[in-house]
Design a protein around this ligand. Structure first.
Ligand SMILES: [Zn+2]
Length: 83
């Protein structure tokens, strides 16, 4: 979708590119908005210093059917963690 600019579900080319994925949490003083991220851990079993590496996500949204596809902004960041 990111590269074809075409929805794989309905075939529409009415695609909204690079939308930000926002996660809204209700905090003590109202709502907090954080960017959605994905993470990998170099040492998942460690109690401290798990070696977390994360990247934010961007969404491609089909304006016709609503299908959403997520892409990691820096996928290589995550890959280095498993090396
Ligand atoms: Zn679609």
């Amino acid at each position: 979708m990111k590269f074809t600019n075409k929805c794989p579900k309905c075939g529409s080319s009415d695609v909204i590119a690079d939308a930000k994925a926002i996660d809204r949490t209700r905090g003590g003083s109202g709502s907090i908005e954080t960017e959605l991220t994905v993470a990998t851990f170099r040492k998942p079993d460690a109690v401290l210093f798990k070696g977390q590496q994360n990247t934010s996500l961007s969404a491609w949204v089909c304006a016709a059917c609503g299908f959403v596809e997520f892409y990691a902004d820096s996928p290589k960041t995550l890959k280095m963690a498993t090396a």
